[in-house]
Design a protein around this ligand. Structure first.
Ligand SMILES: Nc1ncnc2c1ncn2[C@@H]1O[C@H](COP(=O)(O)OP(=O)(O)OP(=O)(O)O)[C@@H](O)[C@H]1O
Ligand SMILES: [Mg+2]
Length: 297
């Protein structure tokens, strides 16, 4: 899979959930995975059962040295009966300050993570970078470090806007780096059976059908519980966990088999203007419906 950045500037769409689901899938497939937590919220770090990190991605980025990330690597707290537990470069809330400091560096602001992973990424089958909900310098560092970008979208109002913004940013970075990173695709997460979810899913299909990966990840309480218990979804024993695990495993296989897409050609030629097609009240009401559905879980 190489180095995969899991992105969306929108908060709460499931970036961390998908990153951890893919790490769990790698584990049960006997692959060596490294998760790099680039989010000051450190949700991937705690989701991997690490609560006492001392050396984190914050120190790594401060150091600005080739291979610096090696010093921060540690095992996750996951305990598989077979296969390898993923390794982790943990995060900490201190990382939020680092982003401001990076902005004052005229030379190494954008590619410190790429430099820090030098020589380390090769030791793993899959390197998965969990990004924060912004398109700031932390996400930009992840995009510069990545071979491929996985966009997580939820079937909810305005998700198209976010996807197009990311695609534009990926294209600008790829233009500067001989085509790297590629767009691995878009995964729809937290797909429910409501009419609203179906509507927004159809919008994503219509606009970015060529990039949509299968399967979409269904909304399931088991997914939330795995994160809350710092458990890999594939080792959780409760209703829906097996089905969710199967979806993440299938997504991992789809990522392996999908040829790289071109961020330039996959941008829609004409931007879909939802406000022109729909009365605004029609748009707001379905979004509220999806939020209510999520709360029910
Ligand atoms: N498929 C799903 N089914 C049920 N709940 C889900 C699913 N995906 C994510 N969630 C829940 O939604 C919430 C947000 O998910 P997550 O933290 O992965 O999003 P995120 O994009 O990483 O958020 P942030 O932008 O804050 O980093 C979490 O409580 C998570 O457990
Ligand atoms: Mg997250």
């Amino acid at each position: 899979m190489g180095i995969l950045a899991v992105v969306n500037q929108k908060g709460g769409v499931g970036k961390t959930t998908v990153a951890l689901g893919l790490a769990s899938a790698a584990m049960i497939r006997g692959r060596r995975a490294l998760v790099v937590d680039m989010d000051p919220q450190a949700n991937a770090t705690t989701g991997l059962g690490v609560f006492d990190a001392t050396t984190t991605i914050d120190e790594v980025l401060a150091e600005d040295r080739a291979g610096a990330a090696s010093a921060a690597v540690r095992s996750s707290g996951w305990e598989p009966a077979v296969g390898h537990a993923p390794d982790l470069v943990p995060s900490s809330p201190r990382l939020a300050q680092r982003e401001h400091q990076l902005a004052t560096d005229p030379i190494g602001a954008q590619d410190r993570l790429r430099v820090a992973l030098d020589g380390l990424a090769d030791r793993y089958d899959d390197v998965i970078i969990d990004c924060p909900p912004s398109l700031g310098l932390l996400t930009v560092n992840a995009l510069f470090a990545a071979d491929r970008v996985l966009i997580v979208a939820e079937p909810a109002a305005w998700s198209l806007d976010g996807v197009e913004q990311i695609l534009r940013n990926v294209r600008r970075i790829a233009d500067r780096q001989s085509g790297r990173p590629d767009v691995a695709g878009i995964v729809v997460n937290r797909l429910g059976r409501t009419r609203d979810a179906g509507y927004w899913f159809a919008q994503l299909q219509e606009t970015h059908g060529d990039l949509l990966l299968e399967p979409a990840i269904s909304a399931r309480a088991a997914v939330t519980e795995a994160a809350a218990q710092s458990m890999p979804i594939h080792l959780l024993r409760r209703d829906g966990a097996e089905e969710a695990g199967d979806q993440f495993a299938a997504l991992a296989r789809a990522l392996d088999s999908r040829p790289a897409a071109d961020a330039v050609t996959s941008l829609p030629t004409q931007r879909l203007d939802l406000t022109a097609e729909l009365d605004r009240s029609d748009v707001v009401a379905p979004a509220a419906g999806v939020a209510a559905f999520s709360r029910e879980l």
